[in-house]
Design a protein around this ligand. Structure first.
Ligand SMILES: *Cc1c(COP(=O)(O)O)cnc(C)c1O
Length: 526
């Protein structure tokens, strides 16, 4: 074990600020444990590090690559290299695939699929949450060294889930020291596999609450708890939602890894060539990591945002306006998103998009002659005013034409309907026998249109964000007429089948945030 070298001064990419201007010069540890800035903004490093030597990383294993990348964002004075390496090794040894995120050649010359679902919960979210769980434990145990039980920092992570995030959070935090995790799900409204993935985790620090209500009700309860003085007086609440910067950081790795895998697999692609990534997008966390990879030096042709019918991001790239509900449909709640075949992408607004807007505003200010500090100030002022307008009027924009043009140099977008999602699951199976989950099918639909659109042959890597077994309804409906198709035999992994027979633990609770508060307070005493 190396000891922390107090002499290692953090670089500008190892210190953090808030997009709304209220924080500057924070440590990585503060950013991870806080999650969200006190001014409501999101954390970003002062500067994105440029990796001059990225080409020399081409033969590294996934954990070795993660260590290279994370070291640029985390000072050794905070986490010594050996400790960081241990955290990384523990996080990625739980994956079922030897290379963590295998790249599969799907079809044509240029269409590849990056399988991100080989972690414990079969969702891409494991790539970040396995790391976050070990990081939380490391930071809390270190804070608590030598402290009496009553003085210990104990983090109570609370979250609401419609399926994917909850199981990945539980698999990230189960059995970890000094942290408990409580996940609310709407009773009877998540898929049976997702339910047993969560409720078969019977570790003492895992609590599943089945709420008599909808996913929106669960989210409202979590919001009420975070805003409640009594709850905060009793427990230290933490969140693991996609705004935590460590999650973005963890996801940068697979963009680099996919790129190098492509160079190994394709005889027509070499290190230095540009690649196009297509990312099924909800809260903009995954694709934002791709933007960081690009800024660090990875040769990216375009990052293509693939949305479902909740298309606020596609509308933004088309019009420059960021608006919740341009035309509320009859009978719809004003602030509700549509329920689609790809539920993990059902969002009204994309929480991480604030981070990209900050960069677009800052670069605009730099182009207009402002220095680094003044451009950051300008960016935080723009963010504050845009988000005030989002809150009061439900939207803002169009943003300055030059900002949009600059963003479009690297981003494209496209939108996919439910019918198109099913059609792609079917046509992909007929052509290749590969079974896509609905989220990955949104990506492949967009990738195929992009391939048809580009003027010169371009390698496309489409990200596959979930295993098809997690979304059996949509997958079996799309493939019901395929001769001989058998979901249980072809799609459902034995490990998930076995879960259906295991012991479960879940607490049913009324749709009342006060009821949930009492449960949290009781847990704290136990
Ligand atoms: C969370 C999730 C997404 C969306 O990712 P963002 O980072 O929120 O854009 C897509 N697909 C699946 C399966 C997910 O769980």
């Amino acid at each position: 074990m190396t000891t922390a070298s107090a002499s290692a001064t953090p670089t500008e990419s190892q210190k953090y600020l808030s997009t709304r201007g209220g924080d500057y010069g924070l440590s990585f540890e503060e950013v991870v444990l806080k999650g969200l800035a006190a001014d409501g903004g999101l954390f970003l490093p002062h500067e994105v590090p440029v990796a001059e030597d990225w080409q020399s990383w081409k033969d590294l294993s996934y954990p070795e690559l993660a260590l290279k990348i994370f070291s640029l964002y985390i000072s050794t004075s905070e986490i010594p290299t050996e400790e960081l390496k241990g955290i990384i090794d523990r996080s990625y040894s739980t994956f079922r695939a030897e290379d963590v995120v295998p790249l599969v050649h799907l079809k044509d010359d240029n269409l590849y699929l990056l399988e991100l679902f080989h972690g414990p919960s079969y969702s891409f979210k494991d790539c970040a949450l396995q790391f976050l769980g070990n990081l939380f434990e490391f930071l809390l145990v270190r804070k608590n060294q030598g402290k009496e039980a009553k003085d210990k920092h104990h983090l109570t992570v609370v979250g609401a889930t419609s399926g994917d995030t909850g199981s990945a959070a539980i698999y990230g935090l189960r059995g970890k020291k000094d942290v408990t995790v409580t996940i609310l799900h709407p009773e009877g409204r998540i898929s049976p596999i997702q339910e047993v993935q969560m409720t078969t985790c019977t570790e003492a620090n895992v609590h599943n609450l089945a709420v008599k209500g909808t996913f929106d009700d669960c989210q409202d309860i979590v919001k009420a708890l975070f805003g409640d003085a009594d709850t905060n007086a009793h427990v230290k609440l933490g969140a693991v939602n996609s705004i935590n910067f460590s999650r973005i950081l963890a996801q940068i790795v697979f963009y680099f890894y996919a790129y190098f895998s492509l160079a190994r697999k394709s005889s027509t692609f070499k290190v230095g060539d540009k690649v196009r990534f297509v990312t099924p997008t909800g809260n903009f966390g995954n694709i934002l990591a791709g933007y960081f990879a690009h800024k660090m030096g990875l040769p990216v042709d375009k990052l293509v945002v693939a949305t479902n019918e909740n298309d606020i991001l596609h509308r933004f790239w088309t019009t420059g306006r960021y608006e919740k509900n341009p035309e509320p449909t009859a009978g719809s709640k004003p602030d509700a998103c549509k329920e689609t075949f790809s539920p993990a992408m059902d969002i009204l607004v994309s929480s991480n998009f604030e981070r990209l807007l900050w960069f677009l505003s800052k670069e605009h200010a730099i182009a207009n002659g402002k220095d680094s500090l003044a451009s950051k100030k300008q960016a935080s002022e723009d963010i504050v005013s845009w988000y005030q307008s989002l809150k009061s009027k439900g939207g803002f924009g169009p943003i300055h034409e030059d900002m949009l043009t600059n963003g479009r140099l690297i981003f494209e977008s496209d939108r996919v309907s439910n019918a198109e999602t099913s059609a792609t699951i079917k046509s992909c199976y007929e052509e290749t026998k590969y079974v896509l989950d609905p989220h990955s099918a949104v990506g492949i639909t967009v990738a195929q249109r992009s391939l048809a659109r580009v003027s010169a042959p371009t390698h496309h890597i489409s990200l596959s964000t979930a295993h098809p077994a997690k979304f059996s309804d949509v997958v079996t409906a799309a493939l019901k007429d395929e001769p001989g198709f058998d979901f249980e035999a072809q799609v459902l992994p034995d490990e998930l089948k076995a879960l259906l027979k295991k012991e479960t633990r879940v607490t049913k609770v009324e749709n009342s945030w006060e009821a949930v508060r009492e449960i949290l307070k009781a847990q704290d005493r136990s």
